[in-house]
Design a protein around this ligand. Structure first.
Ligand SMILES: [Zn+2]
Length: 243
């Protein structure tokens, strides 16, 4: 009798233990799905990571696992369009300059001007064909190995996304100017990040480019800025050409 009660108690305890996390996790799942559902309206914004069913069963529970989604040959990681050495764009992808990014830059330009600083876009959208010309010229001049440190191969340039802007001189003379310092401090407030930071060359695959901005929107740009990580680290992805 005593034994029976103990077993019954134990069973009740175990049932209690296992049911609590189960019910809380399933309710949080369903609430997150419910919360995500209204936002899956026909906007161009890619669906947040939580709304997409995991394509593979995760072997270990990684809380911030990146969701990689390819739509019409374009890769989105956690909803962020990515073009780097690992992830390329289709040759015919030619969206032109992103209007939202352009408008955000104009706001930033005005804020800089109010402090007596002159920042301007020197290179924005570049087509696959144009990038081919640029890259081939650099390869002819410096050799492929060298060119690969500062110029993207066709299909791998962030400029083809229409979301990247090169400012002012587009060379090392921009570094440490008042304009460069101001951009480094304030770009995220307008939705931009310095895409290829100093000392992240081994991760981004590109040399430090204080003039190259990538538009992410204010929320994401601020999170990336505050993380101190480059975009590859932030999204836990690589930037390496497939051999
Ligand atoms: Zn650039």
């Amino acid at each position: 009798m005593k034994y029976y009660i103990c077993v019954a108690l134990l069973a009740a305890l175990l049932a209690g233990c296992s049911s609590v996390p189960n019910s809380s996790s399933s309710s949080s799942e369903s609430s997150s799905v419910a919360a995500a559902a209204p936002t899956t309206a026909p906007t161009s914004t890619p669906v947040p990571a939580t709304a997409t069913p995991a394509p593979t069963a995760s072997p270990t529970p990684v809380p911030e696992q990146s969701s990689i989604e390819v739509v019409d040959g374009i890769t989105y990681v956690n909803g962020i369009l990515i073009a780097n050495k690992t992830y390329s764009l289709p040759a015919d992808y030619a969206p032109g300059v992103n209007e939202e990014a352009k408008a955000a830059f104009e706001q930033m330009k005005q804020a800089a001007a109010a402090e007596g600083l002159n920042i301007y876009i020197s290179s924005a959208f570049r087509s696959y064909e144009y990038q081919t010309k640029i890259y081939n010229n650099y390869v002819a001049r410096d050799g492929q190995q060298q060119a690969d440190t500062y110029s993207a191969r066709p299909g791998h340039s962030e400029h083809q996304t229409g979301l990247a802007f090169d400012l002012n001189s587009i060379d090392d003379s921009f570094a440490n100017t008042p304009e460069s310092d101001w951009v480094a401090q304030h770009a995220h407030e307008y939705g931009f990040i310095i895409r290829y930071p100093a000392d992240k060359e081994s991760v981004t695959g590109f040399k430090y480019e204080p003039w190259h901005l990538r538009y992410l929107g204010v929320d994401t740009a601020t999170k990336v800025y505050e993380s101190g990580l480059c975009l590859e680290e932030y999204l836990d992805i690589t930037s390496i050409y497939p051999q």
